[in-house]
Design a protein. Sequence first.
Length: 214
Amino acid sequence: MSKSRVEEYIVQLKDGNYTVRRDAIHALGTIDNASAVPALIEALKDGDSAVSYGAAHALGILRWSVHKDMRPDDWPEKLPPEFYAALEELNRGEYFACHETLEALWIPEKRSVREIYQGVLQIAVGCYHLKARANWVGAVNKLEEGARRLERAGRVASSEEGAEAPYGLYGVDWRQLIDSADRLQTHLRGLGRENVSAFDRSLLPVARYLPDGA
């Protein structure tokens, strides 16, 4: 499908007629073009449930890989296996181990991809402060720092100025991880430091993966 046709469908996602938006979502979900991903992510917020569901479905079936032009010049094609081991430590609630694994990657890394390592590390530290120490201030601050660092890294990695971070870069759903850290932080702010021990453990952030080439 031509670039102009893709751009036309993206514009239609803003149309006031929900049937136009639904048709555009369906069309974008059948193409192999990463430029549609930021618009599809935005369409997840559409007030029409059929459009938002269609956007989620389209993102799930959209087949694309991380091309060179979607990464800064100094970012590697693949991240080391230790990074994914750290994500699994995060998911298991092994926050101190996650910190140690990522610190070993982050400290010697000179390329700007180190921002990804540090962002996840800070989220893990925030969770450690929360679970191991009931440290409300440390938890809120580190969750905020980590989420914002990943957002900044995503903007650097975007192929277009102002675009959302590439969906599924390195096989990780970054938007989901950022949002989960933000949800926990918002929850903690609502509780207040005096009630930190009553936090909802179901809100602890986890990393989710996307299928290869998805």
